[in-house]
Design a protein around this ligand. Structure first.
Ligand code: NDP
Length: 458
C-alpha cells in the first residue's frame, strides 16, 4: 500500500480520533499513529475511569445517610473488583474507538511517529516514512512531577488507576482538578486522605464561594488540608513513604500522589526539525484554526495548552477537519467553557467568577442561594448546596454560574445553553421552576444578594 496520505494524525486521543474520523468521512486518506492504547488520556487513564472510581467512592456517602431513610446497610468494599470491572469497561470503549476509526477507513498504525519534514512522519519501530499532505499533532499531555529527591516513590493519576491494593493513607499534592477528584475517590473508599497545596486555598481561579464550600464539604468527609506547603523530599520507610514538607515536618503515608498539573507531550516529536514554535509554557503554539508555525502541520487538544478538556479537544479536532478537508473554515470559541470537578461535593461552573466579573464590568449583580440538599434533610448533615448567578447589573446578561452540590456537573451543562444564547436574568426568570429540585433556585432568584456598582459593593 502507498505511503502517501492526505492526513497523518499523531495520537489517538479525543482530538486526534475526532479529526481522523471526520477527515476520512470527507473523503481523505487518513492514518492515525498511536504508540499506546486508542482512546487517549480521557478514555484510558483520565475522565472515564476517574468517573467510574468517583461513582464507587460515593456509595460511602449514601450508606452514611441510608439509615435515616430506614435502610440498614452492611457494606464492604473490594478494590480489585472495582479495578477489574473498570478495566473491562475501558477495554470495551477502546474497541468502540477502534471500530469508529476503522468504519470510515482510517488506518491505525501502532507505532511511535516522529516528524522528519513538513510532510513526512517517520515510524520508529517499522523504520519507514509516511508522506502526508497534512500532519495533525494530537499527542495530549502527561502528569508533571516536581523534581524533588525521591519523587519516584510517589505516584500520579496514571498509576492510581492500577494500584494493586489501596493504601492505608495517602498524601496528595496539588489543589486542582486531579488532586481534589482523587482525594474524593480515596477518601470515599476508606483511605485516610490529606491534600497538601502550595497556595492558601484549593481551586485557584474558581469562585471564592465555591472554593470555601468545597473545602468545608471535603473536610466534613474527613479529608485534611495542609496549605502554603510543598513536598520537599520522599524516602522509603518500610512499607510507607516518609514525606518531608517544606515546613520541615516529616510524616509517613501509605502512598504519595503528585497531582501537580500536566505538561504537553512535545518531547521527541521532531518539532525542531520543522520549526514548529512552542508557547512560553512549552505547548505547541497554534492560531485560531489550530495551524502551527509550519503551515502543513496542525495541532489540537492538550498539547496546544488551550483548555485541557476532552470536549474542547473534540471541538478542535472537528473544526480542523471542517477547515482543512471540508472547505468550511471553522474556529472554536474558547471564551466560555462549562467545566466540572467531580469531587464530593461536586462542582460545576461556567463563565466569570464574582471577582472577575466585577473587575471586568464594574456594575454586577450576584445572586446566591445556600441550602441543605433535600437528600440530607432527614439526617443531621449540615452541608449546604451553593447556587450562584453572576449577572450584569439590573437583570442584565448572565455572565457566570457556579454550583456546588449534588448534580452540579449535570446542572451546569444545561445552564451552558442559555449562556451560549447570551440569556439575561429575565430569561432565567421566565422559566417556571421544577419542584422540588435544587435547580429551581436558578430560576427563582428575586433580588441580588450582592450589588456592585463601579466596582464597589453597594
Ligand atoms: P491543575 O492545573 O488543575 O492543578 C495543578 C495543581 O498543582 C495546582 O493546584 C497547582 O498550584 C499545583 N502545582 C503546580 N505545580 C506545582 C509545583 N511545582 N509544586 C506544587 N504544586 C504545584 O492540574 P491537574 O493536573 O489537576 O489537571 C490538569 C488539567 O486537566 C486541568 O486544568 C483540567 O483542564 C483537566 N482536568 C479536567 C477534569 C475535569 O474536567 N473534571 C479532571 C481532571 C483534569 P497553583 O494553583 O498554585 O498553580
Amino acid at each position: 500500500m502507498s505511503n502517501a496520505y492526505d492526513l497523518v494524525v499523531i495520537g489517538a486521543g479525543s482530538g486526534g480520533v475526532r479529526a481522523a474520523r471526520m477527515a476520512a468521512g470527507f473523503g481523505a486518506r487518513v492514518a492515525v499513529i498511536e504508540e499506546y492504547r486508542v482512546g487517549g488520556t480521557c478514555v484510558i487513564r483520565g475522565c472515564v475511569p476517574k468517573k467510574l472510581f468517583v461513582y464507587a467512592s460515593r456509595f460511602s456517602d449514601l450508606f452514611e445517610i441510608a439509615p435515616t431513610f430506614g435502610w440498614t446497610v452492611d457494606a464492604s468494599f473490594d478494590w480489585p473488583t472495582l479495578v477489574a470491572n473498570k478495566d473491562k469497561e475501558i477495554a470495551r470503549l477502546e474497541s468502540a474507538y477502534v471500530a469508529a476509526l476503522e468504519k470510515p477507513g482510517v488506518e491505525i498504525i501502532r507505532d511511535r511517529g516522529v516528524i522528519r519534514g513538513p510532510n513526512t512522519v517517520h515510524l520508529v519501530s517499522e523504520g519507514r516514512d509516511l508522506e502526508a499532505r497534512h500532519i495533525l499533532i494530537a499527542t495530549g499531555g502527561k502528569p508533571y512531577v516536581p523534581a524533588i529527591p525521591g519523587h519516584e516513590l510517589g505516584i500520579t493519576s496514571n498509576e492510581a488507576f492500577h494500584l494493586k491494593t489501596l493504601p492505608h493513607s495517602i498524601l496528595i499534592e496539588g489543589g486542582g482538578y486531579v488532586a481534589l477528584e482523587f482525594a474524593t475517590i480515596f477518601s470515599g473508599l476508606g483511605v485516610k486522605t490529606t491534600v497538601l497545596y502550595r497556595g492558601d486555598r484549593i481551586l485557584r481561579g474558581f469562585d471564592e464561594d465555591i472554593r470555601v464550600a468545597l473545602e468545608a464539604g471535603m473536610q466534613l468527609r474527613g479529608i485534611d488540608f495542609i496549605y502554603d506547603c510543598t513536598i520537599q523530599k520522599l524516602e522509603k520507610a518500610g512499607e510507607d513513604v516518609s514525606v518531608t514538607y517544606s515546613s520541615g515536618v516529616v510524616a509517613p503515608y501509605g502512598a504519595v500522589m503528585f497531582a501537580t498539573g500536566r505538561t504537553p507531550n512535545v518531547t521527541g516529536l521532531g518539532l525542531e526539525t520543522v520549526g514548529v514554535s512552542l508557547t512560553d509554557r512549552g505547548a505547541i503554539a497554534v492560531d485560531a484554526r489550530s495551524q502551527t508555525s509550519c503551515p502543513s502541520i496542525y495541532a489540537v487538544g492538550d498539547v496546544t495548552g488551550r483548555a485541557a478538556l476532552t470536549p474542547v479537544a473534540i471541538r478542535e479536532g472537528s473544526a480542523f477537519a471542517e477547515t482543512v478537508f471540508n472547505d468550511n473554515p471553522t474556529e472554536v470559541d474558547h471564551s466560555q467553557i462549562a467545566t466540572a470537578v467531580f469531587s464530593e461535593p461536586e462542582v460545576g461552573v461556567i463563565g466569570l467568577t464574582e471577582a472577575d466579573a466585577v473587575a471586568a464590568h464594574g456594575d454586577v449583580d450576584v445572586y446566591v442561594a445556600r441550602f441543605r440538599p433535600m437528600i440530607n434533610t432527614l439526617s443531621d448533615r449540615s452541608e449546604r448546596m451553593v447556587m450562584k448567578l453572576v449577572t450584569l447589573a439590573d437583570g442584565g446578561r448572565v455572565i457566570g454560574c457556579h454550583i456546588l452540590g449534588p448534580g452540579a456537573a449535570e446542572l451546569v451543562q444545561l445552564v451552558a445553553v442559555p449562556m451560549a444564547m447570551k440569556a439575561d436574568k429575565a430569561d432565567f426568570d421566565r422559566a417556571i421552576a421544577v419542584h422540588p429540585t435544587a435547580a429551581e433556585e436558578l430560576v427563582t432568584f428575586k433580588s441580588p444578594s450582592i450589588r456592585y456598582r463601579k466596582g464597589e459593593k453597594v
